[in-house]
Design a protein around this ligand. Structure first.
Ligand code: NAD
Ligand code: ZN
Length: 350
């Protein structure tokens, strides 16, 4: 669980006070900021002190283990250690911040810790400040990384942020399509959690609330306004809390293969896959299509046409490696249901 949470318009202005007690022995705070904000007004509002450093995170691609390792190595070389790492951005930047904070105290490469409960030591202090709503990366116990052999998170009790600052004003200028794709990540988290075999009352309580908020934002409202940003930020939080105690499912497992091979980003990748999952989530897919239409969003098709047998093999391997996701979606006997042939046929439809 995240230790401290503040929520509200303008909450970002409290960052200086929040960080003050966490500054240690003159060591710097490192602000990892989504490169979208370079030369934007938000950067001037970051409470930079003495030897603090702002690093603009290049999120053209989703975070790679090599990128995490290089930032951590540079920080160690320059400062020895740091007071903390503050991630300001979408899911990619927040994941990067979590991973770098962990790699300041854990030996080796972040690729060594891709999996479940492999991280050995708590990282340095870390705080997350989302500027896009939907991934739930602000609350989750994972940081999703693409490594040399797999796309998999550093899932551990040391991974969640110590503090998050939820300020819906920061999501105000997100482009419509990006906002939708990342928002749908939250919607899909809810559907996959609520229909999964791992579901319990904890997950259900948060998942139902998040789902309701997604519906209010993407179906009931006719225009995007401040209230939409407020609601989607809470949907993301609750959706993330829901999967903290359950798991995601088919869309995520299949989308991981797409993003590993083709570099397709998480939000849009999930949409591309979910669009074809009537067999598993009939009502959810119908509602999703309604949201796509109402919000005037384009979901790409035919992205797997022209792929080679070898490329399908790679995607299938990555996807079937996500065992807990499949088990949550299809039950203990999932391997009998989701054969390589069936999964290939699904990829061919996308
Ligand atoms: P993102 O962080 O990849 O950002 C997408 C784009 O939006 C980038 O170009 C970024 O610069 C831009 N952007 C960010 N904030 C903006 C703003 N306010 N205005 C305008 N542009 C803005 O997108 P995302 O969907 O938030 O995150 C996806 C990432 O999150 C993936 O790497 C995925 O693996 C990860 N993820 C992590 C978890 C987790 O639990 N840790 C869960 C889901 C997804
Ligand atoms: Zn997701």
């Amino acid at each position: 669980m995240v230790g401290y949470v503040i929520y509200g318009r303008g909450a970002f202005n409290q960052l200086d006070q929040i960080l003050e007690p966490n500054r240690k022995n003159g060591l710097p705070m490192i602000f990892l900021v989504d490169h979208f904000f370079k030369n934007k007004e938000l950067v001037n509002r970051i409470p930079v002190k003495e030897n603090d450093k702002i690093i603009f995170a290049d999120v053209t691609y989703e975070p790679k283990t090599t990128y995490v390792d290089s930032i951590a190595a540079e920080l160690k070389e320059t400062f020895g250690n740091v007071s903390g790492v503050i991630g300001i951005g979408g899911g990619s930047t927040m994941d990067l911040a979590k991973a770098v904070a962990l790699m300041m105290t854990n030996p080796g490469s972040s690729a060594d810790y891709q999996g479940w409960d492999l991280v050995k030591f708590p990282g340095v202090y870390k705080a997350g400040i989302p500027t896009l709503s939907g991934t739930g990366a602000e609350v989750s116990r994972t940081t999703v990384l693409t490594g040399p052999t797999k796309k998999l998170g550093m899932n551990s009790d040391f991974t969640p942020f110590d503090q998050i600052v939820l300020d819906p004003e920061l999501t105000e200028n997100a482009p419509k399509d990006q906002r939708f794709y990342t928002g749908m990540d939250c919607y899909i988290h809810c559907i996959e959690s609520l229909q999964g075999t791992y579901l319990n009352e904890f997950s259900k309580s948060y998942g139902e609330k998040a789902l309701q908020l997604c519906r209010e934002v993407f179906i009931e409202k006719d225009n995007w306004d401040n209230e939409s940003d407020d609601k989607l930020m809470m949907a993301s939080y609750a959706g993330g809390m829901s999967i903290a105690y359950s798991q995601v499912g088919v869309a995520h497992a299949v989308s991981y293969g797409l993003s590993y091979l083709l570099g397709i980003k998480h939000g849009i990748g999930n949409c591309i896959v979910f669009n074809h999952l009537e067999e598993y989530y009939l009502e959810g897919v119908r509602e999703f299509k309604k949201m796509v239409e109402k919000n005037g969003i384009h979901i790409p098709e035919n992205i797997c046409s022209g792929l080679t047998e070898e490329q399908f093999r790679v995607m299938i391997d990555v996807s079937l490696g996500m065992k807990p996701l499949w088990e949550n979606a299809l039950g203990k006997d999932w391997e009998k249901i989701m054969t390589r042939e069936k999964l290939k046929a699904l990829y061919q439809k996308l």
